[in-house]
Design a protein around this ligand. Structure first.
Ligand code: NCD
Ligand code: ZN
Length: 348
C-alpha cells in the first residue's frame, strides 16, 4: 500500500543560524537537503556587521554545499550602534544582503553587540524604510525586572509599537513569535509587518521544557510559553494569512554548552524542519495551507521569486539520530532518538 504523499513547491527558511567553521559541514547539508534559500542570521562571534563580512561568510557557507545541490544563503547584517545609512545603502546595492537584524543588547545568544537605544540607529532605519530593506527583530525586552515569560509582550508595547508609528513604511519581520499578543499585533498591522514561526514554538510549550525535570535541549529564546499561546501560533500559521511564514530559528549548540549549569539558548531543528511543520499542519487539519506558509509568503514578502523546484513528502516515519557531529563536539537535535511522522521523498 503506498503511503500518503504531499507535493510542494520547494520551501525557504526565513530565519536560520548556520554558525561558522567546521560546524558548517553539519548545518549546511541539513538545511540544503530541504530548503532552496535561507535567511542566515549574523550573530557570529564577532557578529557580521559589514557587507564585506557578510560576503566572506556567504562564501564559507557556499563552500559547504554538497555537490549537486543548489542552496542560496540570503545574508543579513547585525544592527549595531555603528551601522550608518551608507552601509545600509551598500547592503541594498549588494544583491546578496537581504535584511538587517536587530537584537536588543543582551537578549539572546551572542547579542552583546546589539542595540541598547534604537534612537541611535534612526538614520540607518530611515534608510531601510526608504529602500524597502526589511528589519528583522528579536522581539524581547532585556530589562532584568521583566519576567522572562512577559518579555515579548512588553517589547511589542514599549518598543515595536512606537517603532511602527515612527516608521510606518518600514518592512519588519517579528521573528520567532511566541505569544497570542504577537499574533494579534501582526494581524492588526499593514502588509509591511510579518512574522516567522518556528517548529518548536508550534510543537512544544513550557511544560515540555520544565515539567518532570528541566530539558536543556528545549531551552530557547524567546522561551516556550503556555499552551494557549501555542494554540494561537498554530491558528496563525495555518490561517492562510501571508503575514505568517516559515522560519525555523534552528540554532545548534554543542552538547556541553547545553547540558551545563548555565546552558545556551537554542534548539536544533534543521535536520527535520519541514517534516516537523508537516506534522503540525496535519494535526491542525490544514495540510493544504502548508505550501503558502513554507514556500510562498516569505518570498513574496522579501520580493524575491518563488522557487520552481518541487519537494515530495511522504507519510513514512523519519528516524532522528541521538546526536549529530558538530565540529569537534556533538549537537542533540530536536526529537533525538525518536521519529517524525513525515519524511522527504525527493526534490525535483
Ligand atoms: C539563537 C542562537 O542560539 O543563536 N538562540 C535561540 O534560542 N533562538 C539566538 C536567537 O535567535 O535568539
Ligand atoms: Zn534566531
Amino acid at each position: 500500500m503506498s503511503s500518503k504523499t504531499l507535493r510542494l513547491t520547494q520551501p525557504d527558511d526565513w530565519h536560520l543560524h548556520l554558525r561558522d567553521g567546521e560546524t558548517l559541514s553539519t548545518t549546511v547539508p541539513h538545511s540544503s537537503r530541504t530548503f532552496a534559500r535561507a535567511i542566515v542570521m549574523p550573530n557570529l562571534k564577532p557578529p557580521v556587521t559589514t557587507v564585506e563580512q557578510a560576503l566572506a561568510y556567504r562564501q564559507r557557507i557556499i563552500s559547504h554545499i554538497p555537490k549537486g545541490r543548489s542552496f542560496e544563503p540570503l545574508m543579513t547584517l547585525y544592527l549595531t550602534d555603528k551601522l550608518d545609512a551608507e552601509e545600509v545603502q551598500r547592503a541594498y546595492d549588494e544583491q546578496c544582503v537581504h535584511a538587517i537584524k536587530f537584537y536588543p543588547a543582551g537578549a539572546t545568544t551572542n547579542s552583546e553587540s546589539g542595540v541598547a537605544e534604537l534612537e541611535c540607529v534612526y538614520p540607518a532605519i530611515e534608510k531601510m524604510a526608504e529602500l524597502g530593506l526589511p528589519l528583522l527583530i528579536h522581539g524581547e525586552v532585556t530589562d532584568d525586572h521583566i519576567d522572562i515569560f512577559d518579555r515579548e509582550r512588553v517589547f511589542i508595547d514599549n518598543v515595536l509599537s512606537p517603532l511602527t508609528q515612527k516608521f510606518p513604511k518600514l518592512k519588519i519581520v517579528l521573528e520567532h513569535i511566541t505569544t497570542k499578543e504577537a499574533v494579534d499585533f501582526v494581524n492588526s498591522q499593514g502588509d509591511n509587518i510579518a512574522a516567522t514561526l518556528t517548529p518548536h514554538h508550534l510543537l512544544l510549550d513550557r511544560n515540555d521544557l520544565l515539567a518532570g525535570g528541566v530539558k536543556p535541549h528545549y531551552y530557547c529564546l524567546p522561551i516556550l510559553k503556555r499552551s494557549s499561546h501555542r494554540s494561537a501560533l498554530i491558528e496563525a500559521a495555518t490561517s492562510g494569512s501571508p503575514k505568517f511564514f516559515l522560519g525555523t530559528d534552528s540554532a545548534p549548540h554543542a552538547i556541553e554548552t547545553k547540558e551545563t549549569s548555565c546552558g545556551c539558548a537554542g534548539i536544533y531543528s534543521a535536520h527535520a524542519a519541514l517534516e516537523f511543520y508537516a506534522e503540525i499542519f496535519e494535526a491542525a487539519n490544514a495540510l493544504d495551507k502548508l505550501e503558502g506558509f513554507a514556500s510562498f509568503f516569505g518570498a513574496d514578502f522579501y520580493k524575491i521569486p518563488r522557487n520552481s523546484a518541487k519537494i515530495t513528502l511522504s507519510k513514512n516515519p523519519l528516524s532522528v539520530p541521538a546526536e549529530y557531529i558538530f565540529g569537534d563536539s556533538t549537537v542533540i537535535p530536536m526529537r533525538a532518538g525518536e521519529t517524525v511522522s513525515w519524511s522527504i521523498e525527493e526534490t525535483t
